[in-house]
Design a protein around this ligand. Structure first.
Ligand code: DHB
Length: 391
């Protein structure tokens, strides 16, 4: 009897063994390490917004894809590159995270790129916007935006609409320099004249003296790039120094008119024109559902462009896993991500197969009061703008 039972068990093991790897992959949770600034000055408009967007996607679409339970492992890097790097290493080595996501600021994405390369781990940039980021690792893809892409349309629009002279004010690091370079080139090509340019430190910025210099140059427009979360501080200086009253129009990519802070900026920003890929006021069925469900899940808070970049980071992950039967193996993941396109709350977007970067529509918007609240109201659309700003 005992020998017979033993034989049956052995037989069962031999028959089932070849099936085990697939079965066990499907049963293992898939850990996505999400690295974001959840403390410090970029916590609210970047860290929280990206995370809440990502979480909303999972809540709407269920937490199982191709039989694998998706677990988001959120880690706070406080905006410090060495911390992002250490956390990424721990996530990959100790927690066995199979995908990395997040990356709230360019230097944080740069710090993690070598780890993604060494571990062959897909790395999804859901915030940072400096153009060269995907060149730092073949495992990087981006679902947010680039500054050349967001800046070129306003560089074309402004000189064609009576704003022939500009002064530029940008934060002095990757995305600010991309924004400045793109604006200077495109604006001049379209007949605009630059009266001066200043760059302001990322850490503890004091905008007052730079805004004063901009005012004294007497431009028709002040071009501003500051990262999400900094808009209110720079606008406060512009208002206090009477730039708007002096007839100087504020223009730029949409970061300065970030939906997270916009409603608190008040009347001085009415009429501000920016070019950007996302507005909470974007009129589409997808966006109406997105804003409604985001607000329902988060005590009425308004989603900004960072939230939708986190949301679409998860949309990318879910679509790829559906194609790979739940495998996040680096090379397989990348080859299945390249060329994907889908309808986001922002509008149409795709992952360019060559650069692994995002291609998307960019809108020209004006700040208006709608039902008592300030919104970026879109009035023109430039379809399929490339990461390098060509269209
Ligand atoms: C970064 C770029 C942005 O446009 C922004 O709003 C915040 C951060 C960045 O790349 O660091």
């Amino acid at each position: 009897m005992a020998a017979r039972r033993c034989f049956m068990v052995l037989l069962a093991v031999l028959v089932l063994a070849p099936l085990l790897p697939t079965a066990s992959l499907a049963q293992q949770p898939l850990k996505v390490g999400v690295i974001l600034p959840m403390s410090g000055p970029f916590a609210s408009s970047i860290g929280q917004q990206v995370y809440l967007g990502a979480k909303l996607y999972v809540a709407q679409h269920g937490d199982v894809v191709s039989g694998r339970k998706i677990e988001l492992l959120l880690r706070d890097d406080a905006g410090v590159p060495e911390t992002s790097k250490r956390i990424a290493q721990e996530l990959v080595t100790n927690d066995h995270a199979e995908i990395l996501g997040g990356f709230g600021l360019t230097p944080l994405a740069f710090a993690v790129a070598p780890i993604a390369t060494a571990a062959k781990t897909p790395m999804i940039v859901m915030a940072a916007g400096t153009l060269v980021i995907p060149e730092k690792s073949p495992y990087i893809m981006r679902t947010s935006f680039t500054l050349p892409q967001q800046t070129a349309p306003i560089g074309v629009w402004a000189p064609k609409h009576g704003l022939k002279t500009s002064f530029t004010l940008v934060t002095d690091y990757g995305p600010g320099i991309d924004a400045e370079n793109t604006f200077l080139k495109v604006y001049k090509e379209n007949g605009g004249q630059i009266l001066g340019s200043v760059r302001i430190p990322l850490q503890n910025p004091d905008y007052a003296p730079f805004v004063q210099r901009a005012k004294e140059a007497k431009p028709e427009a002040l071009f501003i790039f500051v990262p999400a979360g900094e808009g209110a501080a720079v606008i406060k200086q512009c208002a206090e120094r009477g730039l708007v009253k002096a007839g100087i129009k504020i223009i730029g990519p949409g970061d300065v008119m970030d939906d997270d802070l916009l409603d608190g900026m008040g009347d001085p920003v009415l009429g501000t024109i920016t070019s950007h890929f996302y507005s909470a006021a974007h009129p589409s069925p997808e966006n109406t559902t997105y804003v409604t469900e985001f607000q329902k899940a988060n005590a009425g808070r308004r989603p900004n462009f960072m939230s939708v970049s986190g949301y679409d980071g998860m949309a990318l992950i879910y679509q790829v896993l559906a194609k790979t039967n739940g495998s996040a193996e680096g090379d397989k993941f990348l080859s299945n991500a390249k060329g994907l396109s889908w309808m986001s709350p922002r509008g149409k977007m795709s992952i360019d197969p060559q650069t692994r970067d995002v291609v998307q529509d960019v809108y020209i918007r004006e700040v208006k009061r709608v039902n008592g609240h300030l919104f970026n109201v879109e009035f023109d659309r430039i379809p399929a703008v490339q990461p390098d700003g060509r269209y």
